[in-house]
Design a protein. Structure first.
Length: 202
């Protein structure tokens, strides 16, 4: 039986992650719309972390869809918009109303197409730094865990302001009890970063 102090520490440091109910509701509605339209998608960013049970609070919903479905997905999700004007990011071929919309409860929903690199996302945000991981692309292919770790590590390595992504990788390693040699399943350009984080050498 745990002592009171052990219970308190468990509550403080191992409490399950939570996200705001409005974000969860917006994700559920967006996921339902896309599934009903037969559009395959993959959660990314804080949304994927929350669904993995290893997340931190997030204020928006990030989704990846196939580039061929991008405009259709954006049109389908426009039905959830609470503001007729979308949010433009300036990507080539972007839907006319932008790749993001303000959805239920004022939660932003971003719809990213496959093929966009993490370097391009960092440049849009004005925080890019040169690193080979910046060439990694958003994808719907492969194992979800591998894709999420590749994405988080690439985001961390290709931007100057994404230490939270390194912390997210640390949380995923703990949540999924990943071994050091899991790095062999990751993209070669992020393996050393995974190993440093695993060893606590960030």
């Amino acid at each position: 039986m745990l002592s009171n102090r052990a219970k308190d520490l468990d509550l403080l440091f191992d409490a399950p992650p939570m996200t705001h109910p409005h974000v969860a509701d917006a994700y559920g509605k967006a996921a339902g719309k896309l599934a009903s339209a037969g559009i395959k998608f993959r959660p990314m960013g804080g949304t994927a972390m929350w669904l993995a049970g290893a997340g931190r609070p997030t204020k928006d919903v990030d989704l990846i869809v196939a580039r061929r479905d991008w405009h259709r997905a954006r049109a389908v999700l426009q039905e959830l918009a609470t503001d007729p004007l979308g949010i433009r990011f300036g990507l080539k071929g972007e839907p006319p109303q932008g790749l993001a919309l303000v959805g239920p409860h004022g939660v932003a929903i971003e719809i990213w197409p496959t093929g966009v690199t993490h370097g391009a996302i960092a440049r849009i945000r004005g925080t890019a730094r040169r690193h080979p991981a910046g060439r990694l692309k958003l994808t719907l292919q492969g194992n979800d865990r591998v894709a999420l770790l590749n994405s988080k590590l690439a985001s961390y390595l290709s931007a100057t302001d994404r230490l939270r992504d390194a912390a997210d990788v640390q949380a995923l390693i703990a949540k999924w009890e990943l071994p050091l040699d899991f790095s062999s399943r990751l993209s070669p350009v992020v393996r050393s970063a995974y190993e440093r984080i695993w060893k606590g050498q960030l």
